[in-house]
Design a protein. Sequence first.
Length: 324
Amino acid sequence: MESNLRPLTLGEILDRTIQLYRTNFLIFAGIYAVYAGVVMVLNLAQIGLTSWLIGPHPTVGLRVLSGTAGLVKGLLIFLFAGAVVAAINRAVAWVHLGAPATIRGAYKSILPRLGRYLWLMTLTTFYICAPLLLLLVVIPLGIFIIPGLSSAGAGSTAVIGFVALIFLLLVPWCIYAIVMGLRYSLAVPACVMENLKAREAIRRSIQLSKGARGRIFMLLLLVFIVAFGFGLLTQSFLVVLVIKHKGQIGPIPLAISQIIAFFTNTFLGPIYAAGLTLFYYDQRVRKEGYDIEWMMQAAGLNAPVMPPSAESPVAPGTPQEGQA
């Protein structure tokens, strides 16, 4: 049981993230491989289905069927994304606090409350993307409302002005999305570790993340740069094929791309979720003296303030409150 919790700097959190990831690579990568594997299989299935259905002269019915398959794929990916994020958070909490962790144990611990985690992800995604959804409604309306814009001979000045307007609207949304994403960044760890409902976890994240959002943004930026670099390196052959064949790519290169993406996602996917879990504990140490509380619990000097299933990590296979 880990009892030397203390406030950490950004560099120390990054070091701790890499240390935990390196020493528990098979566990974290194994947890994320389930999600990455599902994404790969679904993408391969859609590539095959599209190649089979959408021939040189696709019908409306085939296009609808392909679109429906894409929608089902998106829903399944969302479902497994909620499971993998919660499972990573749980596993990181275990190893960070000195408890044993397994792939099976991490997934088993979060499955009873999977619906709650999915609802939490749905709410946060809606709060972040709601202005963008509004833009997706306003933009098509603008095409018909602005005089002459929808006609074949629309003036270049009008078109350029409309595109500039879209850009000016998207930039504030991007800033808004980053700010809101940082506010909600600790919601999933709070929901998993404290057994909170979705809206309570969001409020908890807003409170806990104050004072740490700049550091969390730096973590996000670093992970994005690494992921972008790996993606550019491993998918460069696809970019070359797109340019060479003017966008006309066969199913085999696309399938190879998905297989490569599986390994890239498995390798890099757990890092950001692991870092957020460490930020969650760091903020609790800074704001609530969780390190002192945890040391007293480790020494058996006091009872936990919250129920054991919510406040302390549960060893894999141990029944949580309401599961016994």
